[in-house]
Design a protein around this ligand. Structure first.
Ligand code: GDP
Ligand code: IMO
Ligand code: MG
Length: 445
């Protein structure tokens, strides 16, 4: 009798989920298709209006996602960019690395502009915690290492290292002092030697760090949940879920321009491990790309402009990092890299941003292929040494649209060339930072 009842409930639940699945698009992702800062925050905020959940699945507060609504700027680091829509549940998934102090500061700031509470913001109990040690290690390595990555200095790499080496502290551990002491003690002796003898820097004792983290745990405990179970339940109820990527595919730990990458899976594969959604449930993957290319930190950049045009785009585009305040390096759009990004994440459409920044420039170029050792290469496969790739450019007639009416022929030519070259539609394009400065060429809902 009891078993029968259980089976009936399970059967009904699955029926519901199957019925809903075919009805309309239920799951989509927004992923950076370049080296980050493509405008993911703006896109996520916009699409979140029609979604029930927005889920961050990787990265941490190294991200800086900017949203402009009616002249008001909001920058989000680890809180999902759907948070300005209080009806939308924001979820920080288990693949994220969370620095509790920074999270609480961000939360307090965001509470001043929108309604946020444990009812509409959740943190995975198994997200990895960034400790003081991780932050100190990140900074020390960047200061003294021979191969500087140009990290954001937030402790991201060391926190993911701790996770992979099975020594990390999980969010749920913040809620229990004994567990915190036990977990922090694991590997402490090794860290103490590194801090004292290798880097000669002061570092907190276990007791100090336990007190600090436990205090934060007490403050954020109402937000903590089993995010896997929550997402699973919402999916089976037919709720619409948007996965928000941080960084970009070219910064992915496996697909990116290693070692000049971040330490997480920024590509679509990160959604499956970092949020727990099955592969077949991801229906649309939107790759966000700037109409040109930017990069912060070190690493190869074939189309980088070292001349006045590079400076002009940097200044006109206000290309300054939202997290670190560093100037972003700028260059023309790079099709071989975008083609590669499409393959890495099975992107289904492109959102092309910042077209307004290219308006009225004296010249306009698209890198359609590279010349590498005398051969033409049209996709930036990882086997290609990007330092050795000479970009081949196609010139375009510059456009000068004000984006109020029909796009000019020049603008259409530029967008259509990119669309054809990457092989998936440019479904959206953006021409300003505000939520409404956007054009849909494809129906997403
Ligand atoms: P994210 O990390 O991908 O969310 O992007 P960031 O917020 O770091 O950087 C994108 C910057 O471009 C932000 O300052 C946005 O406000 C701005 N932005 C986004 N789309 C557009 C656009 O179409 N035109 C202009 N001018 N700015 C844009
Ligand atoms: P959003 O989400 C641009 C870059 C850093 C550095 C490398 C490694 O705003 O697009 P890390 O601190 O992650 O170990 O740094 O990755 N980086 C970003 N660049 N946008 C970001 O995030 C970035 N997050 C990290 O500059 O080169
Ligand atoms: Mg950013």
């Amino acid at each position: 009798m009891v078993l029968d009842t259980v089976l009936t409930i399970i059967f009904v639940n699955y029926q519901t989920s199957n019925e809903v699945k075919g009805a309309c698009m239920q799951t989509m992702a927004i992923i950076g298709a370049q080296w980050g800062d493509e405008g993911k925050g703006k896109l996520t905020d916009l699409l979140a209006e029609k979604c029930d959940l927005v889920v961050r699945y990787q990265g941490g507060h190294n991200a800086g996602h900017t949203i402009w609504v009616n002249g008001q700027k909001t920058v989000l680091h680890v809180i999902p960019s759907g948070v300005l829509h209080p009806h939308c549940l924001s979820v920080i998934g288990h693949g994220v690395v969370l620095e509790p102090e920074n999270f609480l500061t961000e939360l307090a700031r965001i509470k001043q502009v929108t309604k946020v509470s444990p009812d509409n913001l959740k943190i995975s109990s198994t997200a990895t915690v960034i400790t003081s040690y991780h932050k100190l290690l990140d900074a020390a390595r960047e200061a003294q290492g021979s191969e500087k990555i140009g990290t954001t200095g937030k402790g991201i790499g060391p926190a993911y290292e701790a996770k992979v080496s099975r020594r990390a502290i999980k969010v749920k551990d913040l809620l229990d002092k004994d567990t915190l002491v036990r977990r922090l003690s694991n590997g402490y002796a090794e860290k103490a030697i590194i801090f004292k003898h290798l880097y000669q820097i002061d570092f907190p004792t276990i007791e100090q760090e336990v007190e600090r983290l436990y205090r934060f745990g007490e403050t954020l405990k109402d937000y903590v949940t089993d995010s896997f179970g929550l997402i699973d339940q919402k999916l089976s109820q037919g709720k619409r879920v948007l996965y928000e990527g941080a960084q970009g595919i070219l910064l992915d730990i496996d697909y990116g321009t290693y070692p000049y990458v971040t330490s997480s899976s920024t590509a679509a594969s990160g959604i499956f491990t970092g949020a727990g959604i099955p592969h077949h449930k991801l229906e649309e993957v939107i790759g966000v790309a700037k109409a040109y290319t930017t990069r912060v930190g070190e690493g190869p950049f074939p189309t980088e402009l070292h001349d006045e045009m590079g400076t002009l785009i940097q200044q006109k585009g206000n290309e300054i990092g939202a997290t670190t305040g560093r100037k972003r390096r700028c260059g023309w759009i790079d099709i071989p890299l975008l083609r590669y990004a499409v393959k890495c994440s099975q992107l289904s459409s492109i959102a092309l941003t910042k077209l307004d920044i290219l308006c009225g420039l004296s010249e306009l170029k698209v890198c359609y292929a590279y010349e590498v050792n005398g051969k033409t290469v049209d996709c930036a496969y990882p086997g290609i040494n990007l330092y050795n790739a000479k970009p081949l450019f196609k010139d375009f007639k510059p456009f000068n649209d004000d984006f109020t009416g029909k796009p000019s022929q020049e603008l259409q030519n530029y967008i259509n060339f990119i669309q054809e070259a990457v092989g998936i539609p440019v479904g959206i394009y953006a021409y300003g930072p505000d939520r409404n400065q956007i054009v849909f060429r494809k129906d997403y809902f």
